[in-house]
Structures are given as structure tokens and as C-alpha cells.
Write a protein that binds this ligand. Structure first.
Ligand SMILES: Nc1nc2c(ncn2[C@@H]2O[C@H](COP(=O)(O)OP(=O)(O)OP(=O)(O)O)[C@@H](O)[C@H]2O)c(=O)[nH]1
Length: 351
């Protein structure tokens, strides 16, 4: 039978060119190669070998200890035994899965394949070529499956128990997710400076209370207040002090309202209050109490502020714009008539 000649794919003018082709091809088709030479004691490793484990190329000494130090301690005896049997000619093939330490400290499952390519006159191995392949995903999936099968087969673990365990894990995961969702919701509803509800949350709350009032015919009132001459505070003491004033005031108001009242920051130096189940007169009295408390409160030693309030109540069929137009007018009148006062605007006053 005629012998098939190997096809000659490459012709190189120099050995250097041939080396370059070989190295580039190796880097393309195998993830990491190694080449052990007994005479020099060196192990030459390809760039892919370093990259697979996340190390900078060439960072290690080119000796066998580098390799031995990276093998997972649980796999080490098995790998060494296999390697010795291979070099002693007791097994024909060297192909073994084990874990190698990556730069980030985690371990990567690899398959290590090797071939003896030179022996001396006495038959002692003098050169071995090998290649590492990343099998991490496949191996970890396989091990998890083995573990589940093992648990299933174990006398004390029934399928039912395994399902219960998985269900519990899922429950914990769901609880964590729920907590994350609540945290995100909390952040999106809170004013970052004062840590009280923001305008978005206020508008949501307003819609809810409006529907509740429509449904049950409950009274519903609102107040908006604004710090007097706040611009002067910023201009005189600086923006940072202005921020501290806003924070202190927000905390102070929060402590002086009922739990069911809603208090939020509308924006800038304006704040809003919702008084569910309270008629206009009640809201005005509450605003008056707050106005007085603020005027008496020393935010910093010797430092006081005043606020102007606009108050109105809800009339069935009012739109949010109607409510705001009234409350804005009331606040405008409070400012225009000298500040540090509460002005209420009856529904009839608008109609
Ligand atoms: N420090 C600080 N200042 C703010 C913030 N938001 C708005 N301001 C300032 O609040 C000031 C509001 O000024 P004006 O609207 O003129 O009102 P005012 O000086 O309080 O005067 P009246 O309301 O008429 O009594 C502006 O100088 C804004 O820059 C904030 O978050 N921090």
C-alpha cells in the first residue's frame, strides 16, 4: 500500500520563523503549554498558561516547583503519583484533572495532558511536553451533580429532604432580593440631604390619601411651608450651614407631628405636610403650633429661623393641581403679608 506523505503546510526560511509560527499556533489552539527539560531543569510555559490562571506572563521561575506550588493540596498526591507512574513507564498516558491556584486565590479545574518526547540511552525520560485545558465550568457542574446524587443515595437524605433544602435556599435568596428591592425603593423615595420622604414619595402619598378620602368621605388637609429669607442664611453663613439648617429643621418637624401625618421635602427650602382625617381648622392649628415651635427653636446656639405656612383642605373632585394652586396662593399670601405666619385658603375661596 502506498504510504501517504504528510502535506507540507509551512515553509520557513529560518529556524526563527519556524519557531514564531509554532509558538503563535500553540497560543491559538491550546490554552497553556509546558515543556520540561531534564538536562536544564527548566520548564518553559506559554503565555496562554499564565493567562489561563490570571498571572502576568513570565512572572514565575521556570522550574517544576512553580507547578507543584500551584496544585491544590487535596489533588497534589494524586497528581504526583500519576506523574511518577507515567515517567516510570507504568502507565502509557498522562491525562489528569486537578485544580490549580489562580492569581485571585481561587482554584481552576484543568486537564493536564502530556507526552514524553525524549529519553537518554538508558531510557530515562529527558523531555516532556504538556498542555493545560480549562475545564472549570464542566467540572464544577459535574461535581455538583455527583454531590446531589451522593446525597440522594445516602441513607439519611431522601429526595424530599433535598427538595426541602433547595426550597429553603430559594426562600433565603428571595428574602435577600426582597430586602434589596426595599432598600432601592427606600433610596428612591428619600431626600438624600434631610433623609425624609422626597417629592416623588409625597406625590404617591397624596394620590393614596386622595383616593381614601374619596372612598370614605374622610377629611384631608395639607400644608406647605418655606423657610423665611433662606437665601440670606446661605449668603451670610455659607451653603453648608444652609444644608445643616435644612437637616435640623427636617428632624425637628419629624419629632413634632403625629405618626400618621406625612412630612416630606418638596424641594429647595420648601416642605409639605399631609394631615389625613383632619379638617382645615385642625390642619391650621397644627401648622400654627409648628410655626411657633420653629420660631422658638434654637437650631444652633443663638440661631433661630422662621417659616411661612400655606394650608388648605381637599374637596372631592379636586385635582392635584387644584390643591397645589390653592396651597401656593396661601403660601404666597403668608410671605407677602410679612412672613412667619400661617395662611389658610378655604376651598370656597378658589371657587
Ligand atoms: N443650602 C441649601 N440651599 C438651598 C437648597 N435648595 C435651595 N436652596 C437655596 O434656597 C434659597 C431660596 O431663596 P428664595 O427662593 O429667594 O427664598 P428666601 O430667601 O427663603 O426668601 P423668602 O422665601 O421670600 O422668605 C436659594 O438661595 C437657594 O439657592 C439646598 O438644598 N441647600
Amino acid at each position: 500500500m502506498e504510504q501517504r506523505k504528510p502535506a507540507i503546510t509551512y515553509r520557513h526560511a529560518t529556524l526563527q520563523d519556524a519557531d514564531a509560527t509554532l509558538n503563535n499556533l500553540l497560543d491559538l489552539v491550546v490554552e497553556g503549554t509546558w515543556d520540561w527539560n531534564r538536562a536544564s531543569g527548566e520548564v518553559v510555559r506559554s503565555p496562554g498558561w499564565y493567562r489561563m490562571l490570571g498571572y502576568e506572563v513570565g512572572v514565575f521561575k521556570q522550574d517544576v516547583f512553580t507547578w507543584e506550588n500551584l496544585i491544590h493540596p487535596d489533588d497534589y498526591p494524586r497528581v504526583m503519583q500519576n506523574f511518577e507512574q507515567f515517567t516510570a513507564g507504568k502507565i502509557d498516558h498522562y491525562s489528569i484533572d486537578y485544580r490549580c491556584k489562580k492569581q485571585d486565590g481561587h482554584y481552576l479545574w484543568i486537564t493536564d495532558n502530556a507526552q514524553i518526547i525524549a529519553r537518554d540511552d538508558e531510557g530515562v525520560v529527558t523531555r516532556i511536553l504538556g498542555a493545560h485545558l480549562d475545564i472549570h465550568e464542566r467540572k464544577t457542574a459535574q461535581l455538583e451533580l455527583f454531590e446531589q446524587n451522593r446525597l440522594l443515595r445516602a441513607d439519611n437524605v431522601t429526595l424530599e429532604k433535598l427538595i426541602t433544602q433547595k426550597a429553603r435556599e430559594l426562600e433565603n435568596r428571595n428574602r435577600e432580593l426582597q430586602q434589596k428591592i426595599e432598600q432601592i425603593e427606600q433610596i428612591s423615595n428619600t431626600d438624600p440631604l434631610t433623609q425624609i420622604p422626597n417629592r416623588k414619595k409625597f406625590e404617591e402619598e397624596l394620590r393614596t390619601e386622595k383616593s381614601r378620602s374619596d372612598r370614605y368621605g374622610h377629611e384631608l388637609s395639607f400644608a406647605m411651608f418655606d423657610i423665611d429669607h433662606f437665601k440670606n442664611i446661605n449668603d451670610t453663613f455659607g451653603h453648608e450651614t444652609g444644608d445643616k439648617v435644612l437637616k435640623k429643621l427636617a428632624a425637628f418637624i419629624s419629632q413634632n407631628i403625629r405618626d400618621i401625618d406625612f412630612f416630606g421635602r418638596w424641594g429647595g427650602e420648601e416642605f409639605v405636610l399631609i394631615f389625613p382625617d383632619v379638617p382645615l381648622e385642625g390642619a391650621t392649628a397644627c401648622a400654627e403650633k409648628l410655626r411657633r415651635l420653629i420660631a422658638e427653636y434654637e437650631l444652633f446656639p443663638g440661631f433661630k429661623i422662621t417659616c411661612s405656612f400655606g394650608v388648605t383642605s381637599y374637596r372631592t373632585g379636586d385635582s392635584i393641581d387644584d390643591i397645589f394652586s390653592r396651597i401656593d396662593n396661601a403660601l404666597y399670601v403668608a410671605k407677602d403679608s410679612g412672613r412667619d405666619r400661617v395662611v389658610e385658603l378655604h376651598v370656597e375661596a378658589q371657587s
